[in-house]
Write a protein that binds this ligand. Sequence first.
Ligand code: NDP
Length: 313
Amino acid sequence: MTSAEQVSCLIIGSGPAGYTAAIYASRAGLNPVLYQGIQPGGQLTITTEVENYPGYPDGIQGPDMMVHFEKQAARMGADIRYGLATAVDFTGPVHRVQIDEEKWIEAQSVIICTGASAKWLGLESEQRLNGHGVSACAVCDGFFFKGKEVAIVGAGDTAAEEALYLSKICSKVNMIVRRGEMRASKVMQDRVLKTSNIEVHWHSVTEEVLGEKVVTGVRIKNMESGQSTDLAVSAFFVAIGHQPNSDFFKPWIEMDEAGYILTTPGTSRTNITGVFAAGDVQDKTYRQAVTAAGSGCMAALDAERYLSAAGFH
Ligand code: NDP
């Protein structure tokens, strides 16, 4: 057995939290190693324009912003690597993290920034047609349905944002909303309701995505009338929220019932000494790029203080 690589500060994840932690940890001389995970750059790489990140007065495309984050972290000296953390062993004082089901790393401190992922409805047809017209990312896949009629399920800010995005490229957008109101912010709802080629189907649930090899429609049921209707659409977008990517930390790290990692309020500390969490994996309330970045900064400062107090640094 080859000996494990030893690192002072291991950062898992490459969204705003991970890269910000890397910038701060690098500048503090912790020589951080960052593994980017399955989606380098995180959720912002599948969004369009970001208008609310301070410092960009004209807005910026999400993927471009994440390139900036990465470049800045690399310039500060962070060791940024492709690779996915696949298991952890937090039993000892040195934290062991496995990468790509192969190599183990021994880290004096770990910053978990694994973010969150899209939720699915759980229908068999949704799973079968995933990638064949079913998508959880309108911004990534909307282009393929240019000029076509499509449907989107969800009623939060993501669904509203994606419906508006789709309305600009598709002939018509059917928005499937399970209640008689939307959860999305008022400004987003107003924009949706004022868009002539978005039709909102209130009180409606998705019964099935239709199609053999590709999506040809969606069957929805109005819960008030009990009536089912088939909508002829070429794509079905799912925008019903996210779940934290925290599964493989479960045996060690304390989390809430939804899987969000619990941190000591006002800090990034988890229940394991030397293990910190930042970004969407521990934040179900704010979930913004800027708050994720802020918590990444907190985690790097907490890690630095911990390493220093423990005599590691
Ligand atoms: P949310 O959790 O806010 O909304 C999820 C939506 O999906 C809800 O309307 C919910 O319905 C619906 N839903 C959940 N499960 C089902 C189901 N099985 N069938 C049908 N509908 C379902 O998630 P979002 O991703 O929209 O937003 C997450 C956070 O990110 C929010 O805080 C949001 O404000 C923020 N955000 C901000 C943006 C911005 O500021 N530009 C852009 C995007 C997101 P119900 O309401 O009935 O529960």
